[in-house]
Design a protein around this ligand. Structure first.
Ligand SMILES: [Zn+2]
Length: 149
């Protein structure tokens, strides 16, 4: 089995709320990350990217023993592979660092604290993906980690 198929299989219920056509893109994006990060993702996270409206009760067995949920905009699946991989890696970085919630939603964080959290997520995403992409290309996608910092 190639790595992408293997990851897709290992994701199992973690990709239950990802549209069929996007599952390959998710697995492909994850395949670009270091192995220990993928292990963490498969075990701890759930991805959702609903194309319609739905109610999901949080005590559903799918969420049992999971650390968090990564919500991905359905528009993401139309982006270039690099952008997809970067966005997914950035969100995973928040999970790895046990951040509570993404800054844009977290009104209690001061701007400075929030930016630190975001820059840290950007840095990790760039570090992980730099095995496959030029750091210069990755840095262009960073929303918080600006050139010269
Ligand atoms: Zn973020």
């Amino acid at each position: 089995m190639d790595r992408i198929k293997e990851i897709d299989y290992d994701l199992d219920v973690a990709r239950e709320f990802i549209p069929e056509h996007a599952r390959y893109h998710l697995a492909k994006s994850l395949s670009l990350l270091p192995e220990e990060i993928v292990d963490f993702v498969v075990k701890n996270l759930i991805f959702i990217s609903p194309e319609d409206y739905r109610y999901i009760k949080l005590d559903h067995w799918i969420f049992k023993n999971r650390l968090g949920i990564i919500s991905l905009c359905p528009e993401l699946w139309k982006e270039e592979p690099l952008e997809m991989a970067y966005i997914i890696a950035h969100e995973i970085a928040h999970a790895i660092k046990d951040d509570t919630i993404d800054m844009e939603m977290e009104k209690n964080l001061s701007l400075e604290e929030g930016e630190d959290v975001e820059i840290r997520a950007d840095r990790l995403a760039v570090e992980w993906l730099s095995q496959h992409y030029e750091e210069r290309e990755l840095r262009k996608l960073c929303r918080y980690w600006k050139e010269g910092t």
